[in-house]
Design a protein around this ligand. Structure first.
Ligand SMILES: [Zn+2]
Length: 393
């Protein structure tokens, strides 16, 4: 029988080996030993256990000019499937992914209601439908992760969702009881940071992702793990005051950052004359083509206020990678250059500032990654977006 320490070491080795098989897609036992530094006997025992459990499969490499072709190991991508859910204000997006992070199906349900019981019933029906659909795979539907556009505490209780008026909801328990599938509840900005780390910045252990949608949230990865704060509430940065006695905010204060630098604040500003909040991404594209000076001025002001908050974050966290997630900023030219021009203080240190390539999809990509990570028991997951995946489209 294994002692506590031996069982722990075995688990760590398994996580390391499986993580490398996921990352490399195809790898031989010899290469695994070289990369992980583990001896061949350990690799052999672990690999045979993973093969027995059908987590991995053996394949022969297609082409080798001379000599014996080595047996390669790959993740058995269809052994089970995960479900990522983005629970937004007006819609719920469901993405089913295989075990290497390739999306196999996406469904979007428009929402016209906010009542918790109604949305819970809808989620249960949808999840049970997927359970049936994927039941023929080896492990079936193995895990679910849900992105919440609100506050989630360290026990995964949905503390507050302003858009739906939810308070203190145990969505995890309610769904697990009815579906029997493991559910993880996470804040959407945290999931965005996981997506950046898992799908793009594999090498970075210090990454800060700032999401600018109806509000502003941050997700912070330190040493490869999410930083959540003592109670799980870290990252509610949209209510940092950047303009003393400025615009009123729903939180009761004046001059909060999200009143100046969230996409919602920009849409309101662009729509000032009409006052009907009809402004959206399509309108931004249209106004960009028109090269209207009033539009340019408002964008410049938006970037200026955005940079004030970013400057504070940089000085607070000294991030290696700083990613700004915004559909609007993905469209605009020279955004990074303009932001950097405002971040010129010699004491503000960061290595890279980028606009997220994933935009709004980052939330659901992070959800799928988190569910895969939990199922495989891999502590550091590195996935690659494949061309067949619709996650990157
Ligand atoms: Zn506020």
């Amino acid at each position: 029988m294994l002692t506590g320490d031996a069982a722990f070491i075995k688990k760590m080795n398994r996580s390391l080996i499986l993580g490398k098989i996921v990352e490399h897609k195809m790898i031989s036992r010899a290469e695994l030993a070289k990369i992980t530094g583990l001896n061949k006997a350990t690799i052999s025992v672990q690999v045979s256990d993973l093969l027995k459990k059908k987590f991995i499969i053996e394949t022969q490499q297609e082409h080798r000019s001379l000599g014996r072709r080595p047996v390669m190991l790959s993740v058995n991508r269809d052994a089970g499937f995960v479900l990522g859910i983005d629970l937004d204000k007006n819609s719920i997006t469901f993405t089913i992914s295989d075990l290497i992070g390739t999306s196999v199906r996406t469904d979007i349900i428009e929402l016209q209601v906010s009542a918790y019981d109604v949305i819970l019933k809808l989620l249960i029906e949808q999840i049970n439908g997927y359970k049936l659909k994927f039941a023929s795979s080896c492990y079936g539907l193995v895990g679910i992760a849900i992105g919440i556009h609100g506050i989630v505490n360290k026990d995964e209780i949905v503390d507050y969702v302003p858009q739906h008026g939810w308070q203190n909801k145990n969505l995890k328990k309610d769904l697990e009881n009815e579906t029997g599938v493991n559910v993880v509840i996470e804040n959407n900005a945290n999931l965005c940071s996981i997506a950046e780390k898992v799908y793009k910045y594999h090498q970075s252990n210090n990454l800060l992702s700032v999401s600018l949608y109806s509000g502003i949230g941050i997700g912070f990865i330190i040493n490869g793990e999410l930083f959540k704060g003592y109670h799980g509430y870290a990252g509610e940065i949209g209510h940092m005051i950047v303009v003393p006695n400025g615009l009123p905010c729903s939180c009761g204060n004046l001059g909060c950052w999200e009143q100046y630098a969230s996409e919602m604040s920009l849409f309101i500003k662009m729509d000032e004359k009409q006052k009907n909040l009809a402004f959206n991404i399509e309108e931004i594209q249209y106004r960009m083509k028109e090269q209207d000076p009033e539009f340019t001025e408002k964008i410049d002001q938006f970037l200026y206020y955005l940079s004030i908050g970013l400057n504070n974050l940089i000085n607070l966290y000294n991030p290696e990678i700083l990613v700004v997630n915004s559909e609007v900023l993905r469209l605009l030219p020279d955004t990074v250059k303009k932001l950097k021009a405002h971040l010129s203080s010699p004491i503000s240190h960061y290595s890279e500032l980028n606009i997220s390539e994933f935009g709004k999809k980052a939330c659901i990509m992070g959800a799928c990654a988190l569910a895969i990570q939990n199922f495989l028991g891999v502590s550091e997951l590195c996935l690659t977006l494949s061309e067949e995946s619709s996650l990157d489209k």
